[in-house]
Ligand binder design. Structure first.
Ligand SMILES: NC(=O)c1ccc[n+]([C@@H]2O[C@H](COP(=O)([O-])OP(=O)(O)OC[C@H]3O[C@@H](n4cnc5c(N)ncnc54)[C@H](OP(=O)(O)O)[C@@H]3O)[C@@H](O)[C@H]2O)c1
Length: 316
């Protein structure tokens, strides 16, 4: 099958098309014929070797962790899926080797869920990693509840596109940051207050509206944005980062809960999210589709850091 691989870590010029063996499903796995694969910042980070000491890996390494497609084969012992089912999945495995920028992936059936019926494969492939991240951060670590106030940085990005909508679904008040050209987009997702972080000090702007502090801060940017976010959280509130592993250390002098979330594959949560999408409670992210052969271009665009919503690769 055709796939996008790296044979050793280096710059994105090392990323190339290759012919690799088609996998077979083991016990408990399904084989997915991939139609579209979502592109995430982690993909260029993996290709460049930025996470090589954090996760075991093997070469040739097929990039990509998000997929939407059809079940092509069902392994022994799998219940709940049959050949031909349209599914989507966040496909991170213990060893980074078999990714989704390929025609097929064999995957633990527990990671997959039936694709939202109202979406095409491209829109569905843009969902799993980012929507699960937002779900596990806001409802897992931060315990966001009805009526809370929250700040979500990078609202126009992949994670932000779902975090804003999940928070509004919980009837929270949402502050977010985005460049001016993305303000219409984040407002269409439901953001109540949008701050252009290029033109204004976002922390000052939020404190003006919420002098008593926020219940939840969701950090999708890290660095100086994270450091400026700690004082925004009210005593006993929560700050969750998906960028800075050392958020607890950085925030230890504040009287708040802090934590890092690393998204875990979860087919049940994906099925819940698919249900919300089919009910019309949650919309798909803005999605740009490129060809699998344009993977390097897609990775460069994502690395540039100003994507609106998501980029996906058309595989078959
Ligand atoms: N820990 C985990 O499990 C996990 C999971 C998913 C993602 N992540 C990480 O979380 C980060 C966000 O992921 P993503 O998929 O949402 O990325 P993304 O889609 O590439 O985010 C792009 C967005 O970031 C915004 N942005 C860039 N710099 C900003 C700043 N200083 N302030 C506010 N917004 C800014 C851009 O907004 P404008 O163009 O409007 O400026 C753009 O819309 C990445 O670093 C990713 O690796 C971690």
């Amino acid at each position: 099958m055709k796939a996008v691989v790296v044979e050793h870590f280096g710059g994105l010029e090392e990323v190339k098309m290759a012919d690799v063996p088609k996998p077979s499903p083991a016990k408990g796995e399904v084989l997915i014929r991939i139609r579209d694969a979502g592109v995430n910042p982690v993909d260029w980070k993996i290709g460049e070797g930025a996470l090589k000491d954090k996760m075991p890996h093997e070469f040739p390494l097929i990039l990509g962790w998000d997929a939407a497609g059809e079940i092509a084969e069902v392994g022994e012992g799998v219940k709940g899926f049959k050949v031909g089912d349209a599914v989507f999945a966040y496909c991170r495995k213990q060893v980074v080797r078999h990714g989704t920028f390929a025609e097929y992936i064999a995957l633990d059936a527990k990671y997959a869920a039936i694709k939202p019926k109202s979406l095409n494969f491209a829109e569905a492939a843009a969902i799993p990693l980012v929507a699960l991240t937002a779900w596990q951060s806001l409802f897992g670590f931060a315990r966001l509840k009805e009526g809370d106030t929250c700040f979500i940085s990078a609202g126009a990005g992949g994670v932000g596109s779902f975090a804003i909508q999940f928070a509004k679904w919980k009837k929270a008040t949402v502050y977010t940051t985005a460049s001016s050209n993305h303000h219409g987009y984040v407002k269409s997702l439901g953001a109540d207050h949008v701050i252009d972080y290029n033109k204004e000090d976002f922390a000052e702007a939020i404190m003006k509206h919420e002098p008593q502090g926020l219940d939840v801060v969701y950090d999708c940017v890290g660095g100086s944005t994270l450091r400026a976010s700690f004082p925004l959280v009210k005593k006993g509130g929560s700050l969750v980062s998906i960028v800075n592993f050392n958020v607890e250390e950085l925030g230890k002098s504040y009287p708040i809960r802090t934590g890092f979330v690393f998204v875990a594959p979860n087919g049940e949560q994906l099925a819940t999210i698919a249900g919300l999408i089919d009910q019309g409670a949650i919309k798909p992210a803005h999605t740009e589709e490129l060809k699998l052969e344009e993977a390097v271009l897609a990775l460069k665009k994502v690395k540039a850091g100003h994507t609106q919503g998501k980029i996906v690769l058309k595989v078959s």
